[in-house]
Design a protein around this ligand. Structure first.
Ligand code: HEC
Ligand code: HEC
Length: 346
């Protein structure tokens, strides 16, 4: 672990004049909030510094040197950790609560609720409270796994040292790769940032609504009370119907803002192309799974563009006509189509 970085801390010229090593000086600056040291510094500038006060200032610096240096991680380590576990959600236009964790500036700017890092009262820092699960939902939101105790200690040590930024350049954000193929990874990024705050066990809600968890491909395909993805058939897939606004309430439930057009298209395309995993394998069709479509009748056997087959076994409770609001219950057939079991007006 290196010396406490100098950049980002109050530069006090008096400290530079004291016979300190670079590291001691850095530490002395880090504890610059120690009023007496600052006062000693002011006195030094005004030439009124007694030898005793200088000796005292050095003693303070030395006393803090060992422990503080031992727990003063450099920003690059903290930044690397945030990039790995937080930035997928906490960046960009939809950063939750406006909290961007992709730069030192963003971390220090905090969220719409205020600062998340509080060197003045380290334990009260919202970031630490979220990481420890003292404030809910616990972060990272897509945990478990949550951070290791040593990783939380790293962030705590960095805040204790005054949350400095060293001179090293911020890692440049990776340009999004666009190979034209939509795999689950593309959809996952959207679900993580906009949906799992409710649709997970670590969410804002007591239980995921409709039993629907959107945290892994297997869970997305399994659905909750009903399947929400029929590979190859986005029109009949509740996941797409909710984000495009065919089915209500539209998702995300806390919108607007809704998903962007490109995000909605990504989800639609992913389903249309077979809901492929990251290795390019299409998802199996959930033959026999039950589903429910509620929306506007757009054709003789069609709700919001989603066609279905009516058979002799379909229970037709109301005659449907175009423009009516209706509900269809049905099952998925082997080709990814839908066979209606019940039709009624709403
Ligand atoms: C999967 C998306 C996701 C990930 C990953 C994630 N967060 Fe969050 N974070 C959220 C959401 C959504 C909220 C808002 C939750 C709420 O409604 O309280 C939030 C809220 C927070 C807050 C609360 C801010 C405030 O004003 O109270 C902090 C702090 C925070 N996250 C830090 C982190 C840190 C640190 C990490 C990484 C270790 C992380 N988050 C990873 C989605 C995420
Ligand atoms: C703020 C909480 C919240 C967020 C964020 C959220 N949802 Fe929901 N979701 C709900 C609730 C509540 C329901 C149940 C609504 C109803 O039908 O009464 C629901 C229902 C659904 C359903 C219907 C499930 C079924 O079986 O009928 C789907 C699909 C869905 N959400 C997908 C999403 C997607 C995709 C996102 C992100 C783009 C998202 N949700 C974001 C709260 C949320």
């Amino acid at each position: 672990m290196g010396a406490t970085p100098l950049v980002g801390l109050p530069q006090r010229s008096f400290l530079r004049k004291l016979p300190l090593t670079r590291q001691e000086r850095g530490i002395a600056m880090a504890i610059g909030r120690e009023r007496r040291l600052i006062r000693a510094g002011r006195a030094a500038r005004r030439g009124r510094l007694a030898t005793g006060a200088l000796a005292w200032a050095l003693a303070v610096a030395a006393a803090f040197a060992a422990p503080v240096a031992a727990q003063s991680p450099l920003w690059p380590e903290v930044s690397a950790l945030l990039s790995e576990r937080c930035v997928a959600c906490h960046s960009g236009e939809f950063a939750p609560l406006g909290l961007s964790l992709d730069s030192h500036e963003g971390v220090m700017a905090g969220s719409e609720n205020g600062p998340v890092v509080r060197p003045d009262d380290v334990a009260a820092s919202p970031i630490l409270r979220r990481l420890r699960g003292e404030a809910q939902p616990r972060m990272p939101l897509d945990g478990p796994p949550f951070l290791e105790p040593e990783q939380i200690a790293l962030i705590e040590g960095w805040i204790t040292a005054g949350a400095p930024r060293d001179g090293a350049a911020e890692p440049a954000p990776e340009p999004p790769e666009d190979d034209g193929i939509v795999t689950f990874a593309d959809v996952d990024a959207i679900l993580r940032q906009r949906c799992i705050v409710c649709h997970s066990d670590n969410g804002r809600m007591a239980a995921p609504p409709e039993g629907l968890r959107l945290t892994t491909l297997a869970l997305v395909l399994r659905g909750g009370d009903r399947v929400v993805v029929i590979p190859g058939n986005p029109d009949a897939s509740e996941l797409w119907r909710r984000v495009v606004g065919h089915a209500t309430p539209r998702m995300p439930f806390d919108g607007p803002p809704w998903l962007t057009e490109p995000q909605i298209e990504t989800i639609g395309q992913w389903i249309a192309e077979g809901a492929i995993d990251d290795a390019g394998r299409p998802a199996p069709i959930p033959v026999g799974a039950e589903l429910r479509l509620r929306g506007s009748v757009t054709g003789p056997s069609e709700i919001d563009g989603a066609g279905f087959v009516v058979t002799g076994a379909t229970r037709v409770e109301d005659r449907l006509s175009v423009g009516m609001e209706a509900e269809m219950r049905g099952v998925v057939d082997a080709a990814g189509g839908v066979v209606a079991t019940r039709l009624r007006a709403r």
